[in-house]
Design a protein around this ligand. Structure first.
Ligand code: MGD
Ligand code: MGD
Ligand code: SF4
Ligand code: MO
Length: 731
């Protein structure tokens, strides 16, 4: 029963629109007891579902099944997590350390021993430290190994540790929520979808975005007759499950949000008691949105006034059990923090923050840190490269480190060495030319990866990490309704000459004379010490995989009339943001216009497919069986004008005359507006060592050359690019 429910939402049940074979749903059954199983948590995406790796008769990893006690997955993995064993078996894996012997990008490497690779890295790092200071080393990381490599970098004297999940992903929403509510959204999101009566999705394409627990909760909410309102220029899977689909003109969402705020205030549909008790700046907001009427928004968004009013009423009826979803990948148009501010304000007006069916208060376990000496105090940080800018960004900007690596007379801080762990920067940070220019200026580029992805081609040293099925990692400690932890342990010995990140970090530290920061002999020793501090042990966790720990107090939701001091300047929920005003930004969101596609061009928008994660799964043998290339969605009207046929291969050319390296299959569909085209991110791999993924589909990343920077927090807006079609091979 449960299994079917999930499939219902993850695949579109509209026959001809089927997105993927529904027989490939979630694996939830338990195989026979005689098979051995080992606890793990998934690394195919960052939802980090906990599960069990089972071995086959020959003692090899065979299948991965969700852990029933895990709140992130409730015993069921998504198609990608189920296909995770493909990462272990991928024949193209990196097999041994490599040192570059030729110019960058040429991929001429020689095999090296781990000791030789560590010696090389440590010598270069010492040189950089002596010449420029240790702060000129930066770490880019996305994934579990980051904890150990981050510890290494801080011990070395640099705090420049960046993840693309901030400046290329959820950064604007965290800043917008922090300035409004004094707290961030976090991951997994604190959205109480399970108990909501109305869920509003602004772009968020849950169901294609397969963040597991969230998809399950949305499916449950639909069964409980919750209203779903989806705002998307594309008829997404979520749209197909919605009572209202608002096919908005892309880039105009802020106008719709402001009109909703207008309606909710002027019709007095807001939660009066809540607004009075908890918020700051209501009268200013009321005045501010006076002219943002549904009729005004219609002219901008193409959404009819009557629909705007009707959907606003729908939200108000559900209040406070309503969620205007904060989104996750929100770096779209450069005014993203302000767009998410409008979302935060709507949630505040409807009283959903801190309420059942709205946004709950998550909690996590407090795990003491393994003893280690204090870190040296860095003399400078990435912020010195941007004086007076991006003050409200609470994390390091990956794109900012990139900018600050390119020498400029305006900056005295330039980076000289990068360690890149688990992020394919070439495909992840927009404006590839700039990323490559930055790389050209480096004295050291170390890449730690499992696969020969594009970024490894530019490395001086490539270090092969073993896959998540072959290693221990830090204890997973994700915030949730109930605090909980999960263990990842190896189910197999590392294949080839690959090693875990903790071992790599410790090895480099020892060569740098920083061995005192990694005093444990084995990772088991460290994990057991940490687990013992919170009343568990490695032995216990090996048996149960996931452990839930009781919340310290009953504060999942606000109590009736509870007095609350919010972590903002005014101590209230700030409808009028004093933090933004202090930094010289609009204290309340204003509508800003965005550039329109020129004649013959279409806005390039992109998203996820249920069976793939970014560019990291494109070579996975199990997942390419389900989908091995992307296609470009084109409206029938447009296809007719261009005389395009379904399944025809074409090339895309953007406004800066950049042409896709590979061709992409045409998919003609009413499900996309005529002014836009859509493609799934992560395809069009150009590294021939990826023997399955090479040349399959096209890459959105290479066509994103225009980047709309968010002035508030430095996020890289990627949806201001336009493409046209080439039917002959231009290359
Ligand atoms: N054009 C475009 N750009 C985007 C996006 C988009 O949709 N379109 N999405 C943005 C978003 S939301 C995000 S969060 C980022 C994601 O950005 P990334 O996390 O950089 O995504 P991937 O391209 O999948 O790169 C992951 C890398 O990690 C490697 N890897 C996988 N498993 C392991 C492991 O266990 N250990 C190590 N060391 N490496 C491993 C993979 O082989 C791959 O090289 O991209 C952002 N950039
Ligand atoms: N299967 C799978 N699931 C994933 C991931 C994955 O790689 N694979 N990655 C995970 C990560 S890190 C992230 S951040 C999330 C990202 O997933 P979301 O946060 O859901 O990402 P969005 O950018 O909202 O999603 C793209 C949607 O936005 C629509 N869109 C494009 N332009 C506009 C516009 O101007 N206005 C509106 N309203 N909509 C628009 C597109 O049509 C598309 O449906 O997914 C997560 N889940
Ligand atoms: S959502 Fe899927 S890919 Fe992501 S961690 Fe969970 S099972 Fe793995
Ligand atoms: Mo993301």
């Amino acid at each position: 029963m449960k299994r079917r429910e999930f499939i219902k939402i993850s695949g579109l049940s509209l026959g001809a629109f089927a997105l993927f074979d529904p027989s490939f749903g979630l694996i939830g059954e338990i195989p026979s007891e005689k098979n051995k199983r080992f606890p793990t948590y998934c690394e195919v995406c960052f939802w980090k579902c906990a599960g069990w790796t089972y071995l086959n008769e020959k003692g090899e990893p065979w299948k991965i099944i969700g852990n029933n006690d895990d709140p992130n997955c409730n015993g069921r993995l998504c198609p990608r997590g189920t296909g995770g064993v493909g990462m272990y078996y991928d024949k193209d894996r990196l097999k041994t350390p490599l040192i570059r012997i030729n110019e960058r990008g040429k991929q001429t490497f020689r095999e090296a021993s781990w000791d030789e690779a560590f010696e090389y890295i440590a010598n270069k790092m010492k040189n950089i430290s002596a010449k420029y200071g240790p702060e000129c080393m930066a770490l880019f990381t996305h994934g579990s190994g980051g904890a150990y490599l981050g510890h290494l970098l801080k011990a070395f004297g640099s705090t420049n540790i960046a993840a693309p999940s901030f400046s290329q992903c959820r950064g604007p929403r965290e800043v917008a929520f922090a300035v409004t509510f004094g707290d961030i959204v976090q991951s997994p999101e604190r959205t109480d979808i399970r108990d909501t009566k109305c869920l509003v999705l602004i772009g968020s394409h849950i169901g294609e975005n397969m963040h597991n627990g969230q998809v399950q909760e949305m499916s449950d909410a639909i069964d409980k007759k919750a209203t779903i309102i989806t705002v998307d220029p594309r008829f997404s899977t979520a749209a197909s499950k919605s009572k209202f689909w608002l096919p908005i003109k892309p880039s105009t969402d802020l106008a719709l949000l402001l009109a909703w705020i207008h309606e909710i205030i002027y019709n007095e549909w807001y939660d009066k008691k809540y607004v009075e008790k908890y918020t700051f700046g209501f009268e200013q907001l009321k005045e501010h949105v006076k002219s943002y009427t549904p009729e005004w928004a219609y002219g901008i968004t193409t959404i009819k006034p009557q629909i705007i009013v009707e959907t606003a009423k729908e939200m108000a009826n559900a209040s406070p059990s309503v969620i205007i979803h904060p989104g996750r990948h929100v770096t779209w148009y450069g005014d993203d923090t302000q767009r998410i501010r409008a979302i935060a304000i709507l949630n505040a007006l409807l009283g959903s923050w801190g309420r059942r069916g709205g946004l709950y208060n998550p909690d996590k376990v407090h795990i003491p840190k393994y003893p280690s000496p204090p870190y040296p105090e860095p003399k400078k940080t990435w912020r010195d490269a941007f004086p007076g800018k991006y003050i409200l960004a609470e994390e390091v900007l990956a794109s900012g480190i990139c900018d600050a690596t390119i020498p400029s007379s305006e900056r005295d801080c330039t980076f000289k060495g990068w360690i890149v762990n688990g992020t394919n920067l070439i495909y992840t940070i927009p404006d590839q030319k700039k990323t490559l220019n930055a790389i050209e200026n480096l004295e050291l580029l170390v890449v730690i990866d499992t696969m020969p992805m594009e970024i490894t081609g530019y490395a001086d040293v490539v270090l092969p990490e073993c896959t998540y099925l072959e290693r221990y990692d830090d204890i997973r400690n994700s915030p949730h309704r109930e605090p909980n932890i999960a263990l990842r342990m190896p189910a197999a010995k590392p294949m080839y000459n690959s090693k875990p990140a903790w071992w790599i970090a410790k090895g480099i530290a020892e060569k740098l004379g920083l061995g005192n920061f990694f005093t444990y002999k084995t990772i088991e020793e460290k994990l057991d010490w940490e687990l013992t501090q919170i009343g568990s042990s490695l032995k216990e966790m090996k048996q149960i995989g996931v452990k839930k720990i009781k919340r310290e107090s009953d504060d999942l939701y606000f109590l009736e009339n509870q007095e609350i001091e919010f972590n903002t300047n005014s101590g209230k929920i700030e409808l009028f943001s004093t933090a933004l005003e202090n930094e010289g930004f609009d204290p309340m969101p204003k509508y800003t216009e965005h550039e329109e596609p020129p004649e013959g061009y279409y806005r390039l928008i992109y998203g996820r497919a249920p069976m793939h994660t970014f560019s990291r799964t494109a070579n996975n043998p199990n997942l390419t069986d389900l989908m091995d290339e992307n296609s470009v969605w084109i409206n029938p009207k447009v296809a007719k004008n261009w005389e395009l046929k379904n399944n025809q291969y074409i090339w895309l050319q953007n406004q800066d005359r950049v042409v896709s390296t590979f061709s992409i299959k045409v998919r003609i569909t009413e499900r996309i507006r005529w002014d836009s085209v859509y493609m799934v991110h992560g395809f069009g791999h150009s590294d021939k060592r990826l023997t399955t993924a090479y040349g399959k589909g096209a890459s959105d990343s290479e066509l994103i050359t225009k980047v709309l920077i968010d002035p508030i927090m430095g996020g890289t807006g990627m949806r201001g690019n336009f493409v046209t079609f080439l039917t002959e091979n231009p290359n």
